[in-house]
Design a protein around this ligand. Sequence first.
Ligand SMILES: *[C@@H]1O[C@H](CO)[C@@H](O)[C@H](O)[C@H]1NC(C)=O
Ligand SMILES: *[C@@H]1O[C@H](CO)[C@@H](O)[C@H](O)[C@H]1NC(C)=O
Ligand SMILES: *[C@@H]1O[C@H](CO)[C@@H](O)[C@H](O)[C@H]1NC(C)=O
Ligand SMILES: *[C@@H]1O[C@H](CO)[C@@H](O)[C@H](O)[C@H]1NC(C)=O
Ligand SMILES: *[C@@H]1O[C@H](CO)[C@@H](O)[C@H](O)[C@H]1NC(C)=O
Ligand SMILES: *[C@@H]1O[C@H](CO)[C@@H](O)[C@H](O)[C@H]1NC(C)=O
Length: 419
Amino acid sequence: MKGLINFLIVSFSIYSIVKADGSDDPDLNRTINELIESRGFKYETHYIVTKDLYILGVYRLINPFVKQEDRSKLKPIVLQHGFMGCAVDFLINAPGGNAIPCQVSDAYTLSNLNGTITNNLGFLLSNLCYDVWLSNSRGNLYSRNHTIYDPDKDKQFWEFSFDEMIDYDTPAIIGHVLNTTGFASLGWIGHSQGTLMMFGLLADQPHYSLMVKPFIAMAPVCFVDNIMLSLRIASRVPFVLWGLRRSVGELNENTLILKLTEQVACGRWEPKVCEKLIYPLMGYNLEELNSSRVDVYRAHGYAGSSVWNLVHFGQNIVAGDFKRFDYGTSENIKRYNGPSPPKFPLTQINSTQVALIYSKSDQLGDNKDVARLIDTIKVPLLRDYFVPLPSWNHLDFIYGKDIYTYVHQEILKILQSTY
Ligand SMILES: *[C@@H]1O[C@H](CO)[C@@H](O)[C@H](O)[C@H]1NC(C)=O
Ligand SMILES: *[C@@H]1O[C@H](CO)[C@@H](O)[C@H](O)[C@H]1NC(C)=O
Ligand SMILES: *[C@@H]1O[C@H](CO)[C@@H](O)[C@H](O)[C@H]1NC(C)=O
Ligand SMILES: *[C@@H]1O[C@H](CO)[C@@H](O)[C@H](O)[C@H]1NC(C)=O
Ligand SMILES: *[C@@H]1O[C@H](CO)[C@@H](O)[C@H](O)[C@H]1NC(C)=O
Ligand SMILES: *[C@@H]1O[C@H](CO)[C@@H](O)[C@H](O)[C@H]1NC(C)=O
């Protein structure tokens, strides 16, 4: 039982587990719609139906200063969040980032940005005249929706992991964005699991390389066998993954196991103590964390997923490889024609439009795992960028105070070089 509790404490706290309270930051209680409008942008909500009938809530930012007739000229870019995250991850880093005019004729010109906040990637790209699409993976707050299943009642809804995000969500989003915009290709910027979704797709269906240009992978995760020690240990506690696989369901802040975690980890302590204890475990870097904004991050950082998705990461930690979900021998034989799940064939990736952005202290995307990914991909990378601040950690790619200097500027350079 102690092992199980430890496992829960560590795993279910990927983002903060303490509910925000008492802060008067206006971003705290804003919905994504309000957040977008508060910065002077407009948006469209697109309900994208996947082949297996999940409905994804995807947001398209509209820069109101771009004339209606010019909007179809803007190049589409999809921003894809990581595990337990959501579209808000790309909008919440800092206050501000308000809409400013951009001219399609001199789009992407950095001098347009003087004086604006450049920490929120979604707003930044829209202010540079890109057509920004903010996706939400199945099962999170904005994509708890299905044509047949009711996520509140039907367990089947939660029988998914990142395999289905690779097989269904990613192609559905790409297809919808290309269809809607009439463009032949789009840019894809992923964080963490949002990179894994694209690596998996490019491995399984290499022809997607023709449609995804460029693919910018921040804090890439595919191989996870060198992930932080606590998660490695937790994944190997006997029967934990086995037991969790049997408890099909939702992973969100109201999940019983999560509440238990909260009680155990933080219930009796001051929030500050809890913060000091939990954050360093989760890929936070206190040096880069804006402590006045922690409540805002907490309020938005926990958008949910499935228990199976967590189990899948655990399975791959143990397997030491980037494999499909392990259902147990008999079900594996039915699905995969073999007793164990197949690997994603990363060696088949033939896209030369893949840019990696990673860092020394990323505890979830360890350098050894990224090096192995680079070795495995047979074609040259478009860009291999190592964040020049040694303490840069996994969640700094969302929340880091100096994200413009260390990450966004590089993203803009990559985009300019490929578009
Ligand atoms: C946000 O909501 C919480 C809980 O309902 C409340 O205590 C807090 O005052 C609200 N903050 C703002 C800025 O509206
Ligand atoms: C931006 O810079 C230009 C010249 O570099 C200046 O004319 C303009 O007033 C500035 N705009 C803002 C909003 O600061
Ligand atoms: C589910 O998708 C439908 C569109 O098919 C949409 O009208 C509805 O608002 C969505 N519900 C939620 C909870 O997102
Ligand atoms: C894109 O449009 C074509 C033609 O209208 C249609 O057949 C196809 O199903 C659409 N694909 C997606 C993913 O919406
Ligand atoms: C990658 O392989 C696919 C499938 O064989 C092919 O359609 C595509 O043209 C290739 N892409 C590149 C960039 O070579
Ligand atoms: C830190 O957060 C506070 C509260 O939201 C905000 O006023 C301040 O501008 C932020 N600082 C930076 C560097 O983003």
